[in-house]
Design a protein around this ligand. Structure first.
Ligand code: SIN
Length: 521
């Protein structure tokens, strides 16, 4: 028996769960799926800094101007306008009033707005320095309260489309429509045919194709790759944002040192204790992210060192005690032998956010019928060539609402007969178990190629080399995929090589440096 859903949502971060909540409350038969065993294993859960929110005295015009400046005016102006008008209020309506999230308050009991780079106003709400897990757990509790089914340990393999999969040849001549997904049950090794009138991709980012990333290990760009294979339009893929400050430590990986640390006064210094940002930009530590990441990378290269340092111990200016304001950073660094109240923190830039993605309109619709994309996997154009800090959680939430509203007001129904023409997953007769050494080797090759040639500072020659190498790995991995027993790991590897190909090709085609796509002459 194959289930038919009104909407399948893939991903359990802020965008996926919020969309599911809006749809379920409107009476839709919705299911959420995640490849993780735990619902909370998302990049949302790791978010430290905070979320842009409405504040007395701030204006949509001022927010819009900051987003456009950070994004080098490469942004979709319409997306910036609706985000600045409607986004900040939604934090109050949905997160504070509905989900009852108690963001950090000042001693006098007011909401404590914090500052981050390239913002002209302190307009960011946070919960200490672990805003993400506060939002994530509130979303999960609410989703459970209203009985949204959440299917864990299921890896989406491919989107089902009428053109690609139907047994009825007439479907070839119709406009392309998404009709569901094939999903692998990670533990039972079976593939389910999950049919749906609409699919929402909320699968997050792809930082794991880089050697250093702040992303959760699950961020392998699955939605982007699935949408690409289904033929959806993808834009701005050259814009991969590197966060200037991730912890440099031999044992602790992927740990972010929030931009809010610089917002609250921290200075970047070299190994001799010299501040160096003034040499690179008059805005120093509070310049846009791409500028700060490049300055750090440049100094590391010139000085021949593997990391730089961030000093909050001597420069903290916040009202809340440092160990409380940055409790996660304090405790994690302390576990690694670094006391941030006494010594500077070793940092390196790391892949953090994908500003490009599946092209969507203001309702989250992609170029394929019945397919929506929201959050990091999508490209609304809001971020342009470089994302403004603390805008991503809110973009995910706002477009979750827009896409749910669009589905609610344009209810589409695919007939039973058309669904009946969709076959179940085809398993080849002979498959081989893969050798994990081969898999690791392919991952390392992709990560190093992307880090060295399609990273913070790119060159024409390096990108061309990356293009050739990625094509070669792709050829090998696709062959391997056809012959291997299907597992989550194999699916992620196939998705990652596709995503590397998309990014490198976009970077080759955009010969002009802008924002986080920087080509050295
Ligand atoms: C941070 O805390 O620095 C990350 C915030 C963001 O990526 O928007």
């Amino acid at each position: 028996m194959r289930e038919i859903y009104d909407v399948i949502v893939i991903g359990t971060g802020i965008s996926g769960l919020s969309a599911a909540i809006f749809l379920k409350e409107a009476g839709f038969k919705v299911i959420v799926i995640t490849k993780e065993d735990k619902i909370e294993d998302t990049t949302t859960n790791l978010a430290q800094g905070g979320i842009i929110a409405w504040k007395e005295g701030d204006t949509p015009e001022s927010l819009a101007s900051d987003i456009l400046n950070a994004g080098y005016n490469y942004n979709n102006k319409k997306a910036v306008e609706v985000f600045s008008e409607s986004g900040p209020k939604l934090v109050f309506d949905f997160l504070i009033n509905k989900l009852k999230i108690d963001f950090t308050k000042t001693k006098s009991g007011d909401l404590n707005y914090t500052e981050e780079a390239a913002h002209s106003n302190r307009r960011i709400l946070h919960y200490e320095d672990h805003t993400g897990d506060k939002i994530q757990s509130a979303l999960i509790s609410y989703a459970k309260k209203i009985h949204i089914p959440i299917l864990t340990s299921h890896t989406s393999i491919d989107l089902i489309t009428n053109n690609h999969h139907s047994r009825d040849y007439q479907e070839l001549y119709k406009p392309r429509e998404v009709m569901g997904i094939y999903a692998l049950d990670n533990h039972k090794d079976i593939v389910k045919t999950m049919l749906a009138h609409n699919v929402i991709l909320a699968t997050g980012g792809l930082g794991n194709i880089y050697e250093h990333t702040t992303n959760h290990p699950s961020a392998t760009g699955d939605g982007l790759s699935m949408a690409y294979r289904a033929g959806a339009d993808i834009i701005n893929a050259e814009f991969v944002q590197f966060h200037p400050t991730s912890l440099f430590h031999k044992d602790i990986k992927r740990f972010l040192i929030s931009e809010a640390v610089r917002g609250e006064g921290a200075k970047l210094i070299d190994h001799k204790g010299n501040k160096f940002m003034k040499k690179h930009t008059p805005l120093k530590e509070l310049a846009a992210r791409d500028v700060v990441a490049r300055a750090i990378f440049d100094e590391m290269r010139k000085q021949g060192v593997k990391y730089m340092l961030l000093d909050i111990a001597n420069f903290y200016k916040g009202e809340i005690p440092l160990v409380e304001r940055f409790s996660t950073i304090y405790n994690t660094c302390l576990q690694g032998g670094i006391d941030i109240t006494k010594q500077p923190i070793p940092i390196v830039p790391a892949a953090h956010y994908f500003c490009g993605g599946i092209k969507v309109n203001l309702a989250g619709r992609t170029s394929i019928e019945n397919l929506y994309a929201i959050g990091e996997v999508s490209c609304t154009g809001l971020h342009g060539a470089n994302r403004l800090a603390s805008s991503s959680l809110l973009e995910g939430l706002l477009w979750a609402k827009f896409s749910a509203n669009d589905i609610i007001s344009n209810r589409t129904e695919i007939s039973k007969q058309r669904f009946n023409n969709i076959p179940d997953w085809f398993f080849p007769e002979h498959t081989e178990s893969f050798d994990p050494i081969l898999l690791n080797q392919d991952w390392q090759a992709i990560r190093l190629t992307m880090w060295n040639y399609a990273g913070i500072i790119r060159t024409k020659k390096g990108l061309e080399r990356a293009g050739a190498d990625i094509n070669y790995y792709a050829h090998r991995i696709f062959k391997f995929y056809k012959e291997a027993v299907l597992t989550r790991q194999i699916i992620e590897l196939r998705n990652s090589i596709v995503n590397a190909f998309i990014i490198v090709n976009s970077a080759i085609h955009n010969t002009k440096s802008v924002g986080c796509h920087f080509i050295k002459e």
